[in-house]
Design a protein. Structure first.
Length: 658
């Protein structure tokens, strides 16, 4: 019987001189999922790679006085070495300079041209070179790129265009009929409300102003626009339109594309439209995760706010860094990175919880028995321990299917904390004082060893090196005792457990000394951060945008304002805006996206689930480039307190406020 297949991808990365910890975040998440699926018996294809064409590469190579190919070759080897350091188990690494990829892209371009989905015209508009993206005037924020904040260039040149607008209605229908296609929900609403429903324009898919790209085969003066080129990697890597397309038949459609939220638009609008035009099934899911931020802003090499993962792995090991990335942040939301938080996680979760549980258990087996005897007795706590393990294994499996990595790790740590408590409950050191209690002591230590064995299997997708270190100390070899199915059946470990204490897996770190060392190694920059274009506020103020003072009004004026009860179903912080939250609010049968200046008073997690009063007939506006379709009413006092206004009793969302 053949194994079920599972295809997972990361974006292919621009070959920057320095990938930072934020890039590692996506790849570590994909690797954890790939490892988990392999443990569950799937035939996995895990794809990553590099996006090597475009004007910015051509310019950078010229600055270094090398060819574009030489420029990317050098950096790609560094990237591969980083993924090796981070224990990334990709099955294929694709480069857009690979000959097979270039041939596939040319065939795709020709196929779309021949069937009338690509046509020749002239482009005049705004282009962001760092993002390789075209924008209309209304999409800019303060006249700059809405994604990276850099200046855009006016471009006028002969180009080929893809009929993106032709697929607008089909895309909307697909998203509405497949609610899991774009996750999390906030990304889905953003794509529908900010891009698809306002209307799509045809997409420029070739350039003539530079040469570093894949030539259009039938018109060599043109090179293929980088996004059509880059996005095609997900199928060119599988052999689409090539002589050997068995991998394409086997793995496509992809089970999940993991991408950063800044490129969700390309993966959920341009890419699906291309696939529709090619008459190819769409990927099952695109998951747009949040950013790792520093001091509230996205990591930026130009601003000096980057963290080198190689340095961190060198100091703490790859397992500790992988654990932190996936445990600290709810996947899908933005999360703050700090050295202090990293060290705290290592000390509390890894050294105190997992490390202490393992070392104490092994030390006691070694001290009191060496090898546990066959004769063992249970105790009154064993039933609860086995119940907890069974429940948490089921929860962990459910959370992994939803890509809720931090929740899955919490499920594992519930077991770890329960077993540390079990030691305190059973007090093995007391049992050891009486020879008559030796069978009961042996039973306690067996329960600890078996629980640690199960935990070691559960953590393997996240921390691939640590399980081996645990197994060696218990005399376990990879096989049936380390297979995923064995976590469902407590008591698989042979009774005669042999324990031999090994190295300290996670030594405690002196936080103050370590922070001083990391601070000294932090990158510096001469560039100053540009001031943010936000209204000045103090602790007693909320951000106010486009609000006018009004005088007394009549009842007729008041009735013009439409107020309804809404329920907050998703919420996250707005990047580079400390005071703004963007919420998805269910009002009756519709979901509205609303930006509110309340981040100082509510965390995204606190705000989700609240019922609030919303002004629903307010003219939509864009705040920080994000469409806001209403206003959440709030009350504040002179002391600076603020609360969102909501109903006192239970009432359905969509109810009118009169």
């Amino acid at each position: 019987m053949s194994k079920p297949s599972f295809y997972i991808t990361t974006p292919i990365y621009y070959p920057s001189n320095k990938l930072h910890i934020g890039h590692s975040y996506t790849t570590v998440a994909a690797d954890a999922m790939a490892r988990y699926k392999r443990l569950r018996g799937y035939d996995v294809m895990f794809l990553t790679g590099t996006d090597e064409h475009g004007q910015k590469i051509e310019r950078r190579a010229a600055e270094d006085n090398v060819t574009p190919q030489a420029f990317v070759d050098n950096i790609v080897e560094w990237i591969k070495e980083l993924w090796k350091t981070m224990d990334i188990s990709y099955d294929k690494f694709i480069r857009t300079t690979d000959q097979e990829h270039k041939e596939t892209v040319q065939k795709i371009f020709k196929k779309l041209y021949d069937q009338g989905d690509i046509y020749k015209s002239e482009y005049e508009g705004l282009y962001c070179t760092p993002c390789e993206s075209f924008f209309t005037e209304h999409q800019l924020v303060d006249g700059k790129c809405p994604d990276c904040g850099r200046p855009v260039e006016k471009v006028k040149e002969e180009s080929y265009f893809f009929k993106l607008s032709k697929y607008q209605d089909r895309l909307i229908q697909h998203i509405e009929e497949n609610p899991n296609f774009i996750q999390p929900q906030t990304r889905q609403n953003e794509m529908l409300n900010n891009f698809l429903r306002p209307g799509l324009e045809d997409l420029c898919v070739s350039r003539t102003s530079f040469k570093w790209g894949i030539p259009v085969e039938f018109d060599p003066g043109h090179v293929v626009y980088v996004w059509l080129d880059a996005l095609s990697n997900y199928i060119s890597a599988l052999g689409y339109l090539q002589a050997d397309d068995e991998a394409f038949k086997k793995y496509w459609p992809a089970d999940v594309h993991l991408v950063g939220k800044e490129i969700v638009r390309f993966h959920t609008i341009i890419w699906p439209a291309m696939l529709m035009a090619l008459n190819i099934p769409l990927p099952k899911q695109v998951f747009g995760h949040g950013w790792l931020v520093i001091n509230g802003g996205k990591m930026s090499k130009s601003q000096g706010t980057v963290v080198d993962p190689s340095i961190l792995v060198g100091r703490y090991g790859s397992d500790a860094i992988r654990y932190f990335l996936l445990r600290e942040i709810a996947f899908g939301q933005d999360g703050n990175f700090s050295n202090e938080a990293l060290i705290s996680r290592i000390n509390s979760d890894l050294a105190n919880d997992l490390g202490n549980l393992t070392s104490r258990s092994i030390a006691m087996i070694e001290k009191y028995f060496g090898t546990l005897p066959e004769v063992q007795e249970g105790n009154e706590f064993d039933t609860d321990v086995q119940r907890v393990i069974k429940e948490q294994v089921a929860k962990m499996e459910e959370n992994m299917e939803k890509l809720f990595f931090n929740n899955a790790l919490e499920d594992i740590w519930v077991i770890i904390r329960r077993m540390n408590k079990y030691i305190d409950e059973t007090m093995p050191w007391v049992l050891a004082k009486d020879e008559a209690n030796k069978p009961k002591l042996a039973g306690v230590l067996y329960t600890l060893a078996e629980a640690i064995r199960i935990v070691s299997i559960m953590i393997e997708p996240f921390m691939p090196q640590t399980p081996e270190k645990i197994w060696v100390q218990f005399g376990i070899r990879r096989g049936e005792l380390t297979a995923w199915d064995s976590v469902h059946n407590f008591g698989q470990l042979p009774k005669a457990v042999v324990a031999k204490k090994g190295e300290n897996m996670f030594p405690r770190i002196d936080k103050e000394k370590e922070l001083a060392i990391l601070e000294a190694e932090a990158p510096t920059t001469d560039k100053k951060e540009e001031p943010q274009a936000v209204a000045k506020t103090n602790k007693k103020e909320v951000v106010k945008e486009e609000v006018e003072e009004v005088s007394e009004i009549t009842i007729d004026d008041f009735t013009k304002v439409q107020l309804k009860v809404g329920e907050v179903i998703a919420c996250e912080k707005v990047p580079k805006a400390d005071k703004l939250l963007v919420s998805q609010i269910k009002i009756g049968d519709e979901v509205r996206q609303i930006v509110s200046g309340i981040a100082a008073y509510y965390s995204p997690e606190e705000f989700v689930g609240k019922k609030v009063v919303v002004v629903t007939n307010l003219k939509p506006v864009k705040l920080r480039g994000i469409l806001s379709q209403g206003m959440v009413l709030c009350a504040s006092d002179e002391n600076g307190s603020l609360v969102a206004v909501g109903p006192l009793g239970e009432i359905i969302s969509g109810a009118e406020v009169r």
